[in-house]
Design a protein around this ligand. Sequence first.
Ligand code: ACO
Length: 403
Amino acid sequence: GVALGSLLADTGYVTLDAGFVNTASCSSAITYIDGGNGILRYRGYPIEQLAQNSTFIEVSYLLIYGELPSASQLETFTEQIRRHTLLHEDLKRFFDGFPRNAHPMPVVSSAVNALSAYYQDSLDPSDPEQVELSTIRLLAKLPTIAAYAFKKSVGQPFLYPDNSMGLVENFLRMTFGLPAEPYDLDPEIAAALDMLLVLHADHEQNCSTSTVRLVGSSNANLFTSISGGINALWGPLHGGANQAVLEMLDEIHAAGGDTKDFMRRVKNKEDGVKLMGFGHRVYKNYDPRAAIVKQTADKILDKLAPDDELLGIAKGLEEVALNDDYFIERKLYPNVDFYTGLIYRAMGFPPRMFTVLFALGRLPGWIAHWREMHNDPATKIGRPRQIYTGHTARDYVDLSQRS
Ligand code: ACO
């Protein structure tokens, strides 16, 4: 493929594939998706087995280093992450510059980008030790950054990380805890969030991961490349869909819960209304992650928000969609975002934090891809071609001569 690409470029021919529907940008050994059959595997391990048996830290190790860790490797990795959770005090003041009502995604991506300014001893992509250090720093500090973005939005004081706690537990405490009060952690919620992070941890060459690779292909540092990925994730066609789903469900609920009328608008493409959380570029079958999330939604909502009517509306929409020719013909099924928002909300997160949670989950995948790219001798700077459709050559017209 690479040889053929270079050959064609030399002849002046270029291939136009808007949205990269059928064009591979790299070879990768990280994640396998069979969209027709609804299969997802990280490093060969089925997502269902990882969701049930593994943890987010272990899956991060698996994605980044290629193998499940031994007990001592896992302990060392966990310990390293624990030791780097603190944010530089100057970087904490960075949050003060944002308005209270800022969306947390640009706050988080800016803070991650700013890591390049505060941790200048781990920026060199060609130095494996520096890459290792920036990997650990990112995994350790993103939960702290995410929690501070939340605290900023609700006007509460920032909590220092408690390094006796696990990554997800610490994140929940820094998000929902208060300085003078002991934080009452619910292990079931922590386990459910950990599992949701596992489900989001990688998804091969999606929009944000491709962005991380493209930024990184110029030898930009890891922090700044990941910041680019966080921005790409924010869009409602990508990770921003989880917030958009909840807003859609709220809207339907407020309008009396008429799912049929909403679906009529979607099918008629009225005002560009889409069934958010449905459809996927690669899955033309049920998204295997959505199946797991749906079960978790049942469990968590039953415990935390048994009166939440939005779950019923979501299930109603799914039922209509799965039996409707519009969705059947286009092979549109629920994706990972369809039910996650309901769980996050039941856990206490406002909708604006949903995509931040997605970013927390996707981080190890982004890192794994950035590192894989740098270790691949076939890597070149990403530089797509174009089909030029503008004017042919024409002469400059003096301002006085223009109508
Ligand atoms: N609701 C209604 N119609 C839809 C939807 C939807 N959610 N998704 C796709 N379609 C329709 C399109 O209008 C199009 O119809 P047409 O053939 O009559 O023109 C057809 O299905 C094919 O859709 P495309 O937009 O060409 O598919 P594409 O692969 O480019 O887009 C995407 C995939 C962006 C995910 C799309 O399905 C979508 O917008 N879904 C809603 C947003 C969403 O949930 N995004 C999260 C994706 S998963 C993730 O990032 C975690």
